[in-house]
Write a protein that binds this ligand. Structure first.
Ligand code: LMR
Length: 339
């Protein structure tokens, strides 16, 4: 009798242990399932810029719309990757979202240099229309065979020249100076035609290059000039609006294709809202930065006149001809004629 009850006791104990183990295992499995999908979003500018703020807005909306199933980690100011590394990291899926300046895609598709063709877009609105129209969308799609999906255009604004040597009013004022460029043949050619030199330098190293006089000048939006404190190491600003400095939001194709449909939809919605926010903010922040720069009194401003502009356009004639065959007439015309 005693032996019988002992056997029952052992059987119950074994059953209890098996049950406890199964319960514990399935709990762990359940926990694993709720682990969020992590999106690393890396960029090179300050958090206070349109791109920096829009990346944070995307994070907020993406986490909210997926009910926490997605976690977005934003890394600003080249903290995680600089200019060149961020593209390589995206292709390797070491980072899932980046928003590089369009110019930096020249190695993947030289047609992106449309943004650098001097004095091509008529206005801020024209650039936006181009990006949202068929030519802009075709450019975004062109990255798919490189394992990249172009999700959105985020404009920043028009570029202006700064330098430490003298006021730049006419093409001849550029002679003998050296400028930092982002990358690509158009920018190199632009300075060559002005009789100036150029050097490609990652964004994170520009301030030091200006300070050390590795280069005399650079070209950027009011907001980048302001938030990078270039006024500390530059003396003259030419309000030229000669080219564009805008962004494309990119993701890794393998990562994107692996997402469940409902998550993809929520992320697309979050990005659409963050894009609207970015567009509005880019105008506001560039205006505010222009005022800050003026108020600081550290930079001497010069505004190109219509005559100055014509003189530059004349100098750039060979550039327009050469790059029409590289970029394609269709894209050039779409940019030129956008209103
Ligand atoms: C630059 O390199 O000048 C800019 O593209 C940086 C940025 O992302 O705005």
């Amino acid at each position: 009798m005693l032996k019988f009850s002992r056997n029952i006791f052992i059987a119950v104990l074994v059953l209890f242990l098996v049950f406890a183990l199964v319960a514990c295992g399935s709990k762990q499995e359940g926990e694993k399932k709720t682990e969020p999908i992590v999106i690393k979003f890396s960029h090179v500018v300050a958090e206070t810029t349109p791109k920096g703020q829009a990346a944070l807005k995307f994070k907020e909306l993406a986490e909210q719309k997926t009910g926490g199933k997605v976690k977005v980690e934003v890394y600003p100011s080249s903290q995680l990757f600089g200019d060149k590394e961020e593209l390589e990291a995206l292709i390797a899926n070491n980072v899932q979202f980046i928003a590089p300046s369009v110019t930096k895609l020249v190695g993947l598709n030289p047609q992106f240099q449309i943004v650098d063709i001097p004095f091509l877009f008529k206005s801020e609105e024209a650039a936006l229309k181009f990006y949202q129209g068929p030519a802009g969308q075709k450019l975004l799609k062109s990255l798919e065979d490189k394992g990249i999906i172009g999700l959105a255009w985020w404009p920043n604004g028009a570029k202006h020249f700064t330098n430490s040597k003298r006021p730049l009013r006419r093409p001849e004022d550029f002679k003998g100076l050296k400028f930092r460029t982002q990358s690509g043949g158009v920018l190199e050619e632009q300075f060559k035609l002005l009789g100036a030199g150029s050097q490609t330098i990652p964004f994170g190293e520009v301030y030091t290059a200006l300070q050390n006089k590795t280069v005399d000048g650079q070209e950027n939006t009011f907001n980048n000039i302001d938030t990078q404190k270039y006024a500390e190491v530059q003396k003259y600003l030419t309000v030229s609006g000669h080219g564009r400095l805008d962004y494309v939001v990119l993701t890794n194709k393998t990562f994107w294709d692996s997402l469940p449909e409902d998550i993809k939809k929520a992320l697309e919605e979050a990005l659409a809202e963050a894009t609207e926010y970015e567009i509005k903010l880019s105008t506001e922040l560039n205006q505010k930065s222009m005022e800050n720069l003026k108020k600081s009194g550290k930079l001497e401003f010069y505004y190109l006149t219509p005559q100055d502009r014509e003189a530059f356009i004349k100098v750039f004639e060979p550039l327009y001809k050469k790059y029409e065959s590289i970029i394609g007439k269709e894209i050039m015309d779409a940019a030129r004629n956008a209103e």
